[in-house]
Every structure is written in C-alpha cells, then in structure tokens.
Write a new protein. Structure first.
Ligand SMILES: [Zn+2]
Length: 238
C-alpha cells in the first residue's frame, strides 16, 4: 500500500470510528453516565411506591418516583426526545410497582386477573410524538408480568378528545380538572370484566387526568381501578 493509499485508509478508518461512536454511544437518560440506558444510580430513584391522593376523592395513584431531578430528565428524554430505548427499562420498573401496589392492597396479586389500561394521549400529542407512548409501556409490562406467572391483559380503551396543548400548560388542579372533564371517553363496555383495572401513565402532576380516567372506567363498568405512573409530583404535604 502506497503512502497516499495508507493515509486515505487511515482517514477512512478514523471516519468510520467516529461514525460508529456517534451511532452507538449513548448516555444514561437521567444523568448522561456513559453506555447506559438508565444507570443503576438513576434506576434506584425509580424503585419506590409513592402514594398520591387524586383530586375529587376518586382514589389514589402510585408512582415509581417523585418527578424531579434525574427522574424528570430521564422521562422527558424518553417522552419528548424520542429515547425509545427507555421503553423496556421503564416497563420493568412499572411492572415491579404493579406487583408491589397490588400486594400491598391485599388483593392477592397472583390470584387476580389484571387489565392494564394505557393513559390516553390527545391526538395532537400523538401526532407530535409519533406514537401513543403509554401503549408500548403497558404491552411490555404485560409481557413481563405474564412471564412471572400473573394473568395480565392490555385494553387501550381510554381516549382523550377535544383537549389541545400540553398538560403542563394548565395550572392548578381545579382548572385542569375542568379542562379535562368530559373528554376522557371509554370505548368499550367493561361490565362483566371483574379484573383489577390498572391505568398506567408516565407523569401524574395534578392528578386531574388520572382521576378522570379512573372515574370513566368505573362509569363503564369496571369494578376496581387503581392508577400507576412512572413519576408523580408530591402532594403538598409530602
Ligand atoms: Zn443515570
């Protein structure tokens, strides 16, 4: 190989290495630690089962974490910046939360059929993100829980209609509740299905949407319903 060929070869190889590094390297979605989807330190932040009261006394929901710091960063990278590699990690964390919360309720998780219901996204959000991001979470959760011997199905029966803009743009539980009220629709009659319904959302802030989801499912015939989320904002007293 001549000198010119050799230097061309070296340049080409360096270029290939650079491209490979750009394509393959990634940092933790929460803290940018190298070569991790979610690093162990950040994953620990999601291994809780926090309880949050929902407005209107419709019940409680439970979160893997409080919505702040690296947790917030990881969820926003996943939700709004297309980091779909987090799907599996988040689904496994939510599956663990599911077994913890259901067992805590004394429901006997292994003897009870569960129906996971992805929290609805508005049509504009789905268009912006290119997908209904809670749906792949519930499907991966169901797969993991069924592999563990539970009886878990997924019913994407909640639709959000006539709501525009991002949820964080509405301030205050009362105004958000008014804005959402009447827009969560259940697409199926659930009477006769005695499974425990588990609504799965990514972030619960005021709890207005989650509360509407639980109420709508009850109105459609669901007996027992609970809400789960990757992260909640703490109640004021927390
Ligand atoms: Zn991290």
């Amino acid at each position: 190989m001549g000198t010119a060929d050799s230097s061309l070869f070296d340049a080409l190889r360096a270029w290939c290495v650079a491209i490979r590094d750009v394509l393959l390297s990634r940092g933790c979605a929460g803290c940018d630690a190298p070569d991790e989807v979610i690093c162990p330190a950040c994953e620990t932040l999601f291994r809780h089962a926090y309880s949050k009261a929902l407005p209107g006394e419709v019940g409680r929901c439970y979160g893997c974490s409080w919505y702040r710091g690296a947790v917030r960063h990881a969820i926003l990278n996943w939700k709004d910046h297309g980091d779909e590699e987090c799907d599996r990690a988040f689904a496994l964390l939510l599956a663990d939360l599911t077994t913890t919360v259901v067992a805590r309720q004394g429901a006997g998780v292994r003897s009870r059929a569960l129906t996971l219901v992805p929290a609805p996204s508005s049509p504009s959000s789905m268009h912006r993100r290119g997908r209904w991001q809670t749906l792949p979470l519930t499907r991966l959760m169901a797969r993991s829980l069924n592999e563990d011997g539970l009886s878990v199905g997924v019913k994407p029966v909640l639709k959000l209609e006539g709501v525009h803009g991002k949820s964080v743009q509405a301030s205050g539980a009362a105004s958000r509740s008014r804005r959402i009220d009447g827009h969560v629709r259940v697409t199926e009659n659930l009477g006769g299905d005695d499974s425990l319904f588990v609504v799965v959302d990514d972030i619960v802030t005021t709890g207005a949407t989650m509360g509407q989801c639980l109420s709508a499912l009850r109105s459609a015939g669901a007996g027992e319903v609970i809400g789960l989320a990757l992260a909640c904002t703490p109640n004021r007293s927390a």
